[in-house]
Design a protein around this ligand. Structure first.
Ligand code: GDG
Length: 465
């Protein structure tokens, strides 16, 4: 079996002890590497006065974790700049927040080159190379320039925007051209794949061949949807653990007699937190009989705090939550608990299980793993109800959730009322279907499908040649 070389912006091989705090993506990639062995390369999270390209390596569970330090300017231009102030907002339909700065684009190219140069010696002839996410779109082109002839795949964790929106990016064509240096390009959903193909047809004079491959810029590649999942069985086990049970106990004791609605999101404008608070306010206004018997817990670990838009959204959420609590609270009840910190995965699992409603209403999301974790953590005897935005990639699979338009306060408010009054048999029926999907389309399926398709690109290419 070929080794896997995974390249992503950040690297974090969760140890057993650290698994409690690791996010969904690092758990997924760690699981992929444990299975296939190999190397995980990325930024160390540290800065250095001058880039040296010096690798730090460490072996964990048969996986070589290799990291490199970057300069402060690299972080400003590549990470905070092009990745998080240009591509992230644009790909999440927030063109109003996208900064188009020449220096950001240059920093992005520079870091991709530096990453490729540093990673190059780690790649052996038989390896499969798997590049992740919007930070590293041109990585494949850089690796090819350095003579890497191996199969190289790319997976985009975030949405691919509509054709019109994407063309607002200066030098959009160059970015897409670089994607044609991969053998396989993967998206979260068929919709995002379709948006990419539309661009290729309209802007790059490309075509989709009968066998599904895509031809443009003088090259032919494979492009497919691979919806990411969670390690559902592991998450279910976490939800049954002692720590989760204690966290459940604390939740139940502190909310005794009330129905809990939970949201868990990085503090990010794309997650629709502001709209969600306003929708909840609408719910409180529309349903006065529920006052005192419902509580909305929002856990929102801070994220990308060096980017202005993230400071702005944080200030707005502080203001809304304070205002709503001020308007509706009584001496023994507050409608919102808003917690700006992160919790261990096992504590989160207990919180999910204690919540009658999981409120997942991003304005745009590649997939959204919280929706899947909420389902996996439920008790089969008394499962809660998932409310899910139609604009999360997960909505394409999780059709038994209450699907809402996150921009519509009325829609979300109505869904909350419906979820809170849903009887046990309907809750069970919906949950069983959701859970079956979460288990079937789990992270192992995602990983194996992608790796098999990447390996296959060469088999098929040989056959065609
Ligand atoms: C990107 C795409 C796509 C959150 N708070 C805590 C905590 N989390 C964990 C969740 C979940 C993960 O972080 C978040 O994953 P999401 O998928 O919801 O969102 P993004 O971070 O935006 O991820 C997204 C994903 O990549 C994978 O492809 O689904 O669309 O945007 O696992 O549980 N974890 C812990 N404490 C917290 O307080 N331990």
């Amino acid at each position: 079996m070929s080794r896997l070389v995974v390249i992503s912006n950040r690297v974090s091989m969760p140890t057993q002890a650290g698994a409690a705090t690791a996010g969904g993506l690092s758990m997924a990639l760690a699981a992929a590497l444990r299975e296939y062995k190999g190397v995980w390369f990325g930024w160390s999270g540290r800065t250095t006065p001058e880039f040296t390209g010096e690798l730090s390596t460490e072996m964990t569970e048969g996986v070589t974790v290799a990291t490199v330090d970057l300069e402060e300017q690299d972080i400003q231009e590549y990470y905070n700049g092009f990745a998080n102030e240009t591509l992230w907002p644009l790909f999440h339909y927030r063109i109003d927040l996208s900064a188009f700065e020449r220096a950001y684009g240059q920093g992005y190219e520079r870091v991709n080159t530096r990453f490729a140069e540093t990673a190059r010696p780690l790649i052996d002839d038989e390896d499969l190379v798997w590049v992740h996410d919007y930070h590293l779109i041109p990585m494949g082109r850089e690796l090819r320039r350095m003579g890497v002839a191996n199969p190289i795949g790319f997976f985009l964790h975030i949405p691919w925007p509509s054709h019109q929106l994407f063309t607002a990016l200066p030098r959009h064509r160059q970015l897409v051209e670089s994607m044609f240096q991969y053998d396989l390009v993967g998206f979260q959903t068929e919709d995002y794949l379709e948006a990419f193909l539309e661009y290729v047809r309209k802007e790059a004079d490309g075509e989709v061949l009968e066998d599904g491959r895509v031809r443009a810029f003088g090259r032919t590649i494979h492009a497919q949807a691979f919806p990411i999942g969670i390690d559902a069985d592991a998450f279910k086990q976490i939800a049954d653990s002692m720590t989760a049970a204690q966290s459940w106990d604390r939740m139940v004791a502190s909310t005794y007699g009330r129905s809990v609605i939970v949201g868990v999101d990085r503090l990010d404008y794309a997650k629709g937190l502001e709209e969600r608070l306003l929708a909840y306010e609408q719910f409180l206004t529309d349903n006065p009989e529920r006052l005192g018997s419902v509580e909305y817990l929002q856990i929102a670990p801070p994220s990308r705090e060096n980017v202005d838009a993230y400071q702005d959204i944080r200030a707005r959420l502080d203001a809304h939550s304070g205002r709503i609590n001020g308007a509706f609270s009584t001496i023994n009840w507050a409608p919102i608990r808003y917690v700006i910190r992160s919790y261990g995965r096992d504590e989160l699992a207990g919180v999910y299980r204690a919540a009658r409603v999981g409120l997942v209403t991003p304005l745009r999301d590649g997939m959204n793993l919280v929706a899947k974790e909420y389902v996996a953590a439920q008790s089969p005897r008394d499962p809660g109800v998932l409310i899910l935005s139609r604009f999360a990639g997960a909505a394409a699979q999780m059709t038994q959730a209450l699907i809402v338009n996150p921009y519509s306060r009325e829609d979300v408010s109505d869904a909350i009322r419906r979820a809170l009054s849903m009887d046990l048999s309907e809750r069970k029926r919906r949950w069983e279907i959701l859970m079956e999907g979460v288990q079937r389309n789990d992270v192992a399926a995602w990983r194996d499908d992608f790796v098999a398709a990447l390996r296959n690109t060469r088999v098929q290419t040989k056959a065609v040649a």
